[in-house]
Design a protein around this ligand. Structure first.
Ligand code: PCA
Length: 195
């Protein structure tokens, strides 16, 4: 059995729920040959990746898959890369609002995800749930988390990826998707997580 550490975020930006944690917390504990460890993480620069790395140090996952909400998106969007930039149009949940700073001062400008994000997007689409890869995870906490993890694990065997999801219906905002479809798409993603 292989191990997957999967994360969802707490709510932010005035929302009462974050569909990422709503979906992650409802996933089965075992999917194909993967045993899942699920954690809910804060919407805070620095802190979110710190918590994921601490958890990974104790659970030794083969892969880490993080999920986040992306307002305005109409599809499930696996992220292909993360950039070395923080720019926050609203403060994070700790009141921190970086306006153009580097995540890792001497890191590369960008790192590509090490999980097969394009294959994952195609598999979700094949199951009739709209999905396409995204070439920008933004410059807020989700990008900060993905970049920090890709930097931390770049010379290791631990694979890292991130998937942005739309609002879920329960949030009464559009565009949105049903929680059932979001959960289904994450199961398909995990079933296709190996190259
Ligand atoms: N989405 C935010 C951070 C937490 C979340 O769910 C983002 O896209 O950066």
């Amino acid at each position: 059995m292989k191990k997957l550490l999967i994360t969802g975020f707490e709510p932010f930006g005035g929302e009462e729920i974050n569909p990422s944690w709503e979906a992650v917390s409802r996933l089965p504990d075992i999917i194909n040959n993967y045993e899942l460890t699920k954690i809910r993480i804060p919407v805070e620069f620095n802190e979110s990746s710190k918590i994921v790395i601490e958890k990974a140090n104790s659970s030794s996952p083969d892969a880490i898959l993080c999920i986040g909400q992306a307002a305005g998106r109409t599809a499930i969007t696996p992220e292909l890369l993360a950039i070395n930039l923080r720019y926050a149009s609203i403060p994070d949940n700790n009141g921190y609002q970086p306006l153009d700073e580097r995540i890792v001062p001497n890191g590369e400008n960008a790192y590509f995800s090490t999980l097969p994000m394009r294959k994952i997007a195609e598999a979700i689409n094949d199951n009739k749930i709209p999905s396409n890869v995204s070439y920008s995870a933004g410059a807020y906490v989700c990008n900060d988390l993905l970049y920090s993890l890709l930097f931390h694990y770049k010379t290791t065997r631990v694979k890292v990826g991130f998937i942005h999801i739309p609002y879920c219906k329960e949030q009464n905002k559009e565009p949105s998707m049903t929680l059932d479809d979001i959960i289904k798409s994450l199961i398909i993603a995990i079933e296709n997580i190996d190259e």
